[in-house]
Design a binder for this molecule. Structure first.
Ligand code: CLF
Ligand code: SF4
Length: 482
């Protein structure tokens, strides 16, 4: 079981690892000055709707919704919903009562928890009684939690009023096509109005229901995020149509997720060799979408039973057999955490503002990768990082542009050469990696690959450090190796 966490994961030195002897494009990532106060209040503690909030706040999913009313070619029912999760069976399906117990257990140990989401393993609204009963129980016990659900949209128009009644402020609709000609190659069938539909008709009905649901949610003042699964050769050229249409209909964010496809998952796409996009292809599509609906770039495609900060999963610590029969939530612990976060946010903002005052005129942007385990600080050892946050820095602006993943280098006290090769590949195009600490050996290997790793900004704020590094490099004559 995880221990109770009150401080941010930022202070205290990292344990020495192996070989260690020796702003944002997501429009929701900024502060209250960038959006109306009522919208800021809805997103400021939601790790998916605000890139900034994802440094401080956690979400959890409860797997209470096993059934689905459509078939996606990237999904196998044995696996998590690919809308919102990476493949891998959910460890346990829950009743609403079990879900409440699990949420209480997590809330009592993880004060960062701010959102309860229902995202499968099927479709939240194909299981409306289980979904809404869960929300009812949790909202009574823990009214401070934000409620969030994810759906393919087919049943959505039937439930908009209930969603509003339950104060569910955030709904994600997965929309991977807005043209039935394309949609029919993604969705082989849907079950609607007591019968099964296939082909173009299925895709048309799904599209109409998604649009109706989106419009009605927006009219009800509910924030809508649209997830689109990017399928090379099928909807990559179409993504701009999706982006522009959902923007016109009032979607708050658009999250383009790379298709995860593997024959081992038993999906139609996996078995027929449909590949997912490379990181470069994903970035190119995202670049094309600039100027349309705001993009979410910090999604981790989490499991339908994920628990914790985005990018980490404490789910295994909270299986039913590990949690107490009657967990108790202490609101005071949460209040202390919230005051720590408020101070951190203010300090981080001040540090970035100060760094900007020393900034030079923008020149060629450089890519900076950061090892962080939350709190908005550079606070992770290189060898422990399973992902790196990617920033584009031009001396005046720091733009969050995504996350690159690779297996961590340090395993059981030793460095893995294979992992290092994969990390170097994942860091393609990066000028510098900012870490809390790194050993001489991996630092040297990365340097030989043209990637500088520095720990000079250990435990400092990310954006201010990236600006400071950029200034240092440019004062040193434009070298990216200061
Ligand atoms: Fe869950 Fe989705 Fe709500 Fe977030 S996840 S239901 S909006 S609380 Fe977030 Fe996970 Fe990406 Fe989803 S990182 S897969 S976007
Ligand atoms: Fe699978 Fe989700 Fe698609 Fe249903 S909506 S088929 S659970 S990916």
């Amino acid at each position: 079981m995880s221990g109770q966490i009150i401080s941010l994961p930022r202070t205290g030195k990292e344990p020495a690892g192996c070989a260690s002897k020796g702003q944002s494009s997501c429009g929701s990532s900024q502060g209250p000055g960038d959006m109306p106060a009522d919208i800021w209040n809805k997103v400021k503690d939601h790790p998916c709707y605000s890139e900034e909030a994802h440094h401080y706040f956690a979400r959890m999913h409860v797997a209470v919704a096993p059934a689905c009313n459509i078939q996606c070619n990237y999904c196998n029912r044995k696996y998590d919903c690919s809308n919102e999760s990476r493949p891998g069976v959910v460890s346990e399906k829950l009743t609403p009562e079990q879900a409440l117990r699990k949420v209480m257990a997590v809330a009592s140990k993880v004060p960062q928890l701010s959102v309860l989401g229902i995202a499968g393993p099927g479709d939240a609204l194909a299981n409306p009684h289980r979904t809404f009963r869960t929300f009812e129980l949790v909202s009574k016990a823990l009214p401070h939690l934000k409620l969030c659900l994810s759906t393919n949209g087919l049943a959505l128009p039937d439930h908009v009023d209930t969603i509003a009644d339950y104060n569910i402020d955030h709904v994600t609709i997965t929309i991977s096509a807005v043209d039935p000609e394309i949609g029919q190659h993604i969705y082989p069938w849907i079950f609607f109005d007591h019968r099964r539909w296939t082909g173009r008709d299925a895709a048309r009905i799904l599209h109409e229901r998604q649009m109706e649901g989106l419009e009605r949610l927006v009219a009800a003042g509910i924030l809508v995020k649209v997830n689109s699964v990017l399928i090379p050769g099928l909807n990559d050229q179409h993504m701009i149509d999706i982006n522009r249409l959902v923007k016109a209909k009032g979607a708050f964010l658009h999250n383009v997720m790379p298709l995860i496809s593997d024959p081992a998952h038993g999906t139609h796409f996996g078995l027929t060799g449909q590949r997912g996009p490379t990181p470069i292809e994903l970035a190119a599509v995202q670049e094309d979408l600039e100027g349309g609906a705001k993009l979410m770039r910090h999604c981790r495609q989490c499991r339908a039973d994920a628990v914790g900060l985005l990018g980490e999963d404490q789910g295994a610590d909270f299986s039913l057999d590990k949690i107490e029969a009657d967990p108790v939530f202490d609101p005071q612990v949460r209040e202390i955490y919230m005051s720590v976060v408020a101070q951190e946010r203010a300090d981080r903002h001040a540090a970035e503002t100060a760094a900007r005052q020393n900034a030079q005129e923008g020149r060629k942007p450089l890519l900076v990768a950061v090892a962080t385990k939350g709190g908005g600080r550079i606070n992770q050892h290189f060898g422990h990082a399973r992902e790196f946050q990617l920033l584009e820095v031009d001396g005046r602006q720091v733009r969050f542009i995504g996350v690159r993943r690779a297996d961590n280098y340090c395993k059981g006290g030793y460095g893995e050469e294979d992992s290092l090769a994969a990390i170097i590949k994942a860091l393609e195009g990066v000028s510098v990696v900012l870490v809390a600490r790194i050993g001489d050996c991996p630092r040297q290997t990365l340097a030989e690959a043209g990637i500088t790793v520095i720990d000079d900004y250990a435990h400092e704020f990310i954006e201010a450090s990236a600006l400071a590094w950029w200034g240092r490099v440019n004062q040193a004559g434009g070298r990216a190796s200061a």
